[in-house]
Design a protein around this ligand. Structure first.
Ligand SMILES: N[C@@H](CCC(=O)N[C@@H](CS)C(=O)NCC(=O)O)C(=O)O
Length: 212
């Protein structure tokens, strides 16, 4: 049985839970991180020296880094579906996992951190403003891509959609609160992209907010 360590309101844990839901992978989830602790214990640090969530143990195989976990799970249960079956189709999906980590998150993090984690009087608003500009340019790239493609990785739902749909929704929420003006991403509102991940949708919809 797959074991997943991580609180379910973590955006990185949610990627993994959603992937499991898509692939019908059964798992046991152990709360860890923030108020739950666990991630600072010697036992946990022996599995994941970063002390971050998520971490998985699949029949003795331990892995951390949410996108590596996505690739692993899709590799064992999603070949030909979430992990597309040709090198080019795979690369088209995989590109968005890379883009999230190397491009989008770099700009999203300061916005999230300051607006959600830091008290108003301590916020670095010049950094937020600068990051929002960069983020909007990022979202325009995603937007333009989605104008010619049903999903990020092509005409079918792939692993490449999983990290991007959620922050697109988060960006939309931030826009409604007046602090961020992202593009009108198809991904932000496409329930079809959410597939069968009912528990993740519920988690997002009921305001169990994604935290880092
Ligand atoms: N690059 C890592 C980042 C993991 C990460 O930053 N996890 C956050 C939660 S989303 C964390 O563990 N924060 C500390 C905590 O929850 O106590 C990944 O994608 O798995």
């Amino acid at each position: 049985m797959l074991k997943i360590w991580g609180r379910k309101n973590s955006i990185n844990v949610q990627k993994v839970l959603w992937c499991c839901a898509e692939l019908n992978i059964e798992y046991e989830r152990i709360d860890a991180g923030m108020q739950f602790g666990v991630n600072n214990t010697p036992e946990y640090l022996a599995m994941n020296p970063n002390g971050l969530v998520p971490t998985i143990n699949h029949d003795g195989f331990v892995l951390w880094e949410s996108h590596a976990i996505l690739r692993y799970l899709c590799g064992i249960s999603g070949l030909g579906t979430l992990w597309p079956g040709t090198p080019r189709a795979f690369a088209n999906a995989d590109r968005w996992l890379e883009w999230y980590n190397t491009t989008l998150w770099i700009n999203l993090r300061p916005v999230f951190w300051n607006l959600v984690r830091v008290a108003p009087e301590k916020r670095d608003m010049p950094l937020v403003d600068e990051s929002v500009k960069k983020l909007n340019a990022n979202w325009q790239i995603a937007d333009a891509h989605l104008s010619g493609s049903r999903y990020f990785g092509g005409e079918n739902f792939t692993m490449g959609d999983i990290p991007l749909v959620q922050p697109a929704g988060g960006a939309r929420t931030a826009r409604e609160s007046g602090s961020l003006v992202p593009r009108d991403l198809r991904a932000a509102g496409i329930p079809e992209a959410l597939h069968g991940a009912a528990d993740i949708i519920a988690c997002l919809a009921t305001g169990e907010q994604a935290d880092r």
